[in-house]
Design a protein around this ligand. Structure first.
Ligand code: SAH
Ligand code: SF4
Ligand code: F3S
Length: 446
């Protein structure tokens, strides 16, 4: 007890880069710091330990870690006991230490799964920081959730797909799926604490595979796809209102997963990354799906759920992408009538097949031009689609309140603002849409 009280004076500061999976991992890391009786601070100059949870997806993401490390190295001149740690995807992929060499003043550099060792390493650097015992599997560390009513649930880490442009399989290793029971227990415990909405996370979330001894309910209607079975089980949890998941892969969107989109708790939104509209480029990306397969999946999804909102990820300017290839991306975008796209300019990543085997031969100007063209198309389409919500009712899970306005997402993952009360935070309310912009819709409570 005395030791724990002494630890009270220590502060930690976490900076998270990258995707939702990193955000969820940072919540686990926070739990570890909290179990060591440390206190969170949002001021790096106040911290005894600064931890950066890094992302490697694009060069710009890694550049930010380098520049932060130089900033913190300066801070160390006035705070010699400061410990700086880097985890996440950068250490995971840095097999030969090249990336670490570019950092300054970093004491600990370890891949995410090794975070269970962090308390021991911290105590070696500063014996006043008492270590704690953790289970061997970092995913069994309970995340320190900030919101009572929304939570991420990582059901899978790593990836076996090896898209030629992507660092994730190197950074995170091969696909590992969590057992059914662990997932259901985590979700039930969240729901017991008041959680209404969960987002299941995995790199190919719809390729989640059950363990041999995982037991599904005898009345589970699905027989082929484990992920569809999991969705059904989660739908049976009383008190849970909304289920969302990201990111599925088109090749695993089979009929059962598409059918599971009609389950009652499923949000009316799916994020289905396409990356390119050209089958030639998709092949070069090793995506394992064609333009035609993707379009067929979208058609089937819309047959089941005609009013579903759909999002995607697109990379522009991948190696050898001609004007004609890009025109195919534009036409696919129009045909799919997407609500949103996270569009990235291709950035070559050391260690990947594309970096080794193909020339990054589209100029930065051309990448920019293609990026803007897609961005404008996206804005035109989303505005037209959002106008269709006028005078319609949507269901909003309120997550913010500022200056008399409540904010939250509808089941279509549209951002909705409406005049309301702070007491509505964490509640699901029906709102009639009165005005629709590109990224915000406004309304009033019924
Ligand atoms: N597992 C998910 C994607 C994870 S990475 C999937 O397969 O869909 C998130 C997004 O980053 C990708 O969808 C892709 O659009 C983008 N991305 C990945 N590597 C990239 C690179 N080298 N350059 C630019 N964008 C990249
Ligand atoms: Fe990367 Fe492809 Fe795996 Fe997604 S599926 S994480 S893009 S390798
Ligand atoms: Fe996510 Fe970036 Fe890693 S997008 S999986 S944090 S490389």
């Amino acid at each position: 007890m005395k030791d724990q009280q002494e630890n009270k004076k220590f502060h930690y500061h976490i900076i998270t880069f990258g995707c939702q999976m990193n955000k969820n991992d940072s919540e686990r890391i926070e739990s570890i710091f909290e179990s060591m009786n440390m206190i969170s601070t949002d001021k790096p100059e106040e911290a005894d330990v600064i931890l950066m949870n890094s992302c490697s997806i694009r060069e710009s993401a890694e550049d930010r870690i380098y520049s932060f490390s130089h900033e913190f190295a300066k801070l160390k001149e006035t705070k010699p006991n400061l410990i700086v740690a880097v985890t996440g995807c950068m250490p995971g992929r840095d097999k030969d230490g090249t990336l670490r060499k570019r950092l300054k003043g970093v004491d600990l550099f370890f891949p995410t799964k090794d975070v269970i060792m962090m308390p021991k390493w911290l105590s070696e650097l500063n014996p006043e920081l008492r270590p704690i015992d953790l289970e061997l599997d970092y995913l069994s560390v309970k995340p320190h959730v900030k919101s009572k009513f929304q939570a991420f649930v990582t059901i899978q880490t790593g990836c076996n797909q090896f898209c030629t442009y992507c660092v994730v399989p190197y950074a995170r290793g091969m696909e590992v799926n969590r057992p059914l029971k662990d997932i259901l227990d985590e979700v039930k415990s969240l729901v017991n604490d008041g959680c209404l909405e969960i987002t299941l996370l995995g790199q190919i979330v719809n390729h989640w595979l059950a363990k041999e001894d995982d037991k599904f309910s005898p009345n589970n209607p699905y027989t082929q796809n484990d992920f569809a079975k999991l969705l059904w089980e989660l739908n049976q949890i009383e008190g849970l209102e909304r289920i969302h998941w990201t990111a599925p892969h088109p090749i695993h969107m089979d009929d059962e997963v598409i059918d599971a989109l009609t389950l009652p708790k499923q949000l009316n939104f799916i994020h289905l990354p396409v990356q390119s509209g050209s089958s030639k480029i998709l092949k070069k990306m090793n995506r394992k799906h064609t333009r035609e397969l993707y379009l067929e999946k979208i058609k089937k999804i819309r047959e089941k759920k005609p009013d579903i909102a759909i999002g995607t990820d697109i990379i522009v300017g991948f190696c050898d992408e001609t004007d004609e290839d890009f025109a195919e991306t534009i036409s696919l975008y129009q045909e799919c009538d997407f609500d949103i796209s996270y569009t990235a300019k291709y950035s070559t990543r050391s260690g990947t097949t594309a970096d080794k085997a193909f020339a990054d031969n589209i100029t930065q100007d051309e990448k920019k031009k293609r990026w803007f063209e897609l961005q404008h198309l996206m804005e035109d389409i989303v505005l037209r689609k959002n106008q269709l919500y006028l005078n319609k009712e949507v269901s909003v899970l309120v997550d913010t309140f500022k200056n008399g306005m409540c904010g939250g997402n509808s089941r279509e993952m549209k951002r909705i603002n409406f005049p309301g009360d702070k007491a509505l935070i964490g509640k699901i309310v029906k709102v009639i849409i009165t005005e629709a912009g590109h990224w915000i819709l406004w309304g009033k409570v019924l």
